[in-house]
Design a protein around this ligand. Structure first.
Ligand code: GCB
Length: 652
């Protein structure tokens, strides 16, 4: 069970943090109690088909109902999970995966806060039921924010957190009533609290002369719409009873020889034999080994290189893990493996011992109608746009993205800074032990899911927290040390906006990731201050911490089609001119300690409504529909030039 004892030096006491356990609902009408969750008692391998495993996707239309009762608790009071959802009230059809917010014409559903209920029936193949040696697992790729899952009215799991997968073994349950279809009910609650990631608060408006009875709003301190629902695929998959539960690889090389160190864990039985075989891209044998841990030597290694750094980027070997169990069928799982190293010096970010310069983007999982729902056409279009731009990297601002996206990054050589949902941590009460212990669990879940992706080169534990607050120092020191202990092969950062932030967290991060919005949020319209302010800013960072620096965000809103020359804020000309001024400074620092630039943002994206946002954040260089603004062409020219100057393989 992943729960952490958090020693709070600052408060001088020790407290037991319940990991992702009793999710504390906001006071008042949304209260419901949950059981304890055991999130990390196994691996979380991406489901895959093999001769021994099957996958059945449950995507499509589900029955759906939002619990509009005043306390949002009617579904629990009336046990909606016990019967078909159609028997307890009206339902609508809801696509999965998708956010539910933008699907209907109903503004109350768009801004709904509380429990929504999804249900669908599925036929489980008869042989999955009759074969006692088959293990059947129900998996949800992600659902935002808190989920409870029932199968045929029995609770099988619950999970806190909106961007990471969770699953439950349901073999014995479906064998109870083998001839009946299997009814899956998933209740999802998007309420954010001071202890959730990201945090939020519910505020009741009690002035009855201005607000109706029970009126409340959800306050958040982050700049994107809190989309909700089942955002990634729901699957049933099988494994043999005795099965490969988890695999970890670490890679290295010396001269022409690569090394893959591996660890495999098997669940469900003993007396296992494990055969590990590494094959190259063409399926040719490369190396083999036996046992649950060991090393594979790769002669004439083909390294995993980033896009634009090598003529053959994203080279992946396949590591086949074949497990034979006494009197059982055995199992097989094949993991793609990229052999590469990451190192950070005081001034450089090294991939395979060569300096790597990030020229990339920050993204969001965000699009019209789907919200944050997984969508292949969008994902492939985004990769094509990134390649057109000459992007070699992106940051998963501000939460973990779908695994399928990381798999594409592995194959295409797109480098990833993998960020957890630690965004908007601004309230001092969100630095308490309950928050910290949940944040630690989220890092456990993130590293467990993404540890084997060669594209992931750095972990980001947070974005722009209020690090000037006294408890922040202990909070981030604990978080960063914990993450480094989980994975000793990758650097760790948190993304900062204010110089004051780093006074506390700076010594612990391996790379300084600094956001800044000169001539936008400050000195509005004054592009002429950028050279001075930006270079002073960089010099101060470097003098103080002697770490490589990445400009992890910079940009300006531009309403597509709005023009003014001389440039004025919100025009395409201003966005271009602001980027250009930043680029001039980047180019001065590039050969010193400055190792990357990530534009904010790849595309326009939805936010909550407010006077600073005109139907969302418009800092995209593409519109939300993925059409280029003028800045896309500016950046494209620059990135291809940078690729030629920095990306070629430097001679030894
Ligand atoms: C930031 C945040 C990002 C915002 C952006 C902006 O510093 O990290 O989430 O969207 O600024 O446009 O204000």
């Amino acid at each position: 069970m992943a729960s952490y004892i958090v020693a709070t030096a600052a408060l001088g006491r020790t407290d037991r943090g319940e990991a992702a356990g009793h999710w504390r609902a906001p006071p008042g009408p949304l209260t419901t109690m949950f059981g304890t969750v055991l999130p990390l008692d196994g691996g979380m391998l991406f489901p895959q088909e093999s001769s021994f495993r099957e996958v059945k996707e449950l995507n499509g239309l589900w029955d759906f109902r939002a619990d509009g009762s005043p306390n949002r608790n009617e579904g629990f009071e009336k046990a909606w999970y016990k019967r078909r959802l159609t028997e307890t009230g009206p339902v609508i059809e809801m696509p999965v995966p998708a956010s539910y917010n933008d699907i209907t014409q109903d503004p109350t559903l768009r801004d709904f806060i509380g429990w929504v209920w999804y249900e669908r029936e599925v036929f489980v193949p008869a042989r999955w039921i009759s074969d006692e040696g088959t293990r059947v697992v129900l998996r949800v790729g992600s659902a935002h924010y808190y989920s409870i899952v029932w199968v045929n009215g029995e609770k099988v799991t619950e999970h806190e957190g909106g961007h990471l997968p969770f699953e439950a073994e349901i073999s014995s349950l479906i064998r109870k009533e083998p001839t009946k279809p299997c009814r899956i009910t998933i209740a999802v609650n998007n309420t954010l609290t001071l202890e959730t990631l990201p945090p939020g608060t519910i505020q009741y408006m009690n002035d009855s002369s201005r607000y109706p009875d029970g009126f409340f709003v959800q306050n958040i301190d982050f700049d994107f719409f809190n989309y909700a629902g089942i955002h990634r695929s729901v699957l049933l998959y099988t494994t043999p009873k005795v099965h490969v539960d988890d695999i970890s690889v670490e890679t290295n090389f010396m001269d022409n020889t690569g090394l893959v160190r591996y660890k495999v864990s098997v669940q469900g039985g003993f007396n296992n034999t494990l055969n590990i075989t590494l094959m190259d891209k063409d399926g040719h044998f490369v190396a083999s080994s036996t046992g649950s841990s060991g090393g594979l030597k790769v002669v004439d290694v083909k390294l995993w290189w980033p896009y634009l750094m090598h003529e053959n980027p994203g080279y992946l070997y396949s590591m086949k893990v074949r497990q034979h169990a006494h009197r059982h069928v055995g199992d097989e799982y094949t993991l793609p493996v990229g052999i590469r190293t990451i190192n950070v010096t005081n001034t450089q970010f090294l991939i395979n011992n060569k300096p790597f310069y990030f020229h990339g983007v920050n993204k969001h999982e965000d699009s019209d109608i789907r919200g944050r729902g997984f969508d292949w056409p969008l994902i492939v279009k985004d990769f094509n746009l990134m390649k057109w731009l000459g992007v070699n990297s992106f940051r998963t601002s501000h939460y973990p993205y779908a695994e399928e996206i990381l798999q594409m990054c592995d194959r295409h050589g797109i480098v990833v800074i993998d960020e957890c949902p630690g965004v908007g941590i601004k309230d001092i009460r969100s630095f308490r032990n309950a928050s910290l212990s949940h944040h630690l669990v989220v890092m456990d879940e993130l590293v467990r899911r993404d540890k084997n992706h060669p594209s992931v080169v750095m972990w980001s534990v947070a974005n722009e927290p209020a690090s000037e607050m006294p408890p922040a120092e202990f909070y981030f020191k604990t978080l960063i040390e914990h993450t480094k202990a989980l994975d000793q092969t990758r650097p760790v950062t948190y993304v900062t906006i204010a110089a004051a932030d780093m006074d506390k967290g700076g010594p612990y991060v391996d790379v300084v990731c600094a956001n800044s919005y000169f001539a936008w949020y400050f000195d509005q319209g004054r592009l002429d201050i950028i050279p001075l302010q930006l270079s002073t800013h960089f010099e101060n960072w470097y003098r103080k911490y002697q770490r490589p620096i990445i400009q992890s965000e910079y940009g300006a809103d531009a309403v597509p089609g709005l023009h003014m020359d001389p440039p004025m804020m919100f025009t395409e000309e201003y966005q271009n001119a602001l980027l250009q001024s930043y680029h001039d400074v980047f180019d001065q620092k590039r050969n010193q300690y400055f190792v990357g630039e990530l534009i904010w943002n790849f595309a326009d994206f939805m936010t909550s409504q407010g006077i600073y946002r005109v139907v969302g954040n418009k800092k995209g260089i593409f519109t939300r529909q993925r059409q280029p603004k003028a800045a896309a062409f500016l950046l494209r020219k620059r990135y291809w030039r940078l690729a030629n100057e920095t990306g070629r393989l430097l001679p030894d």
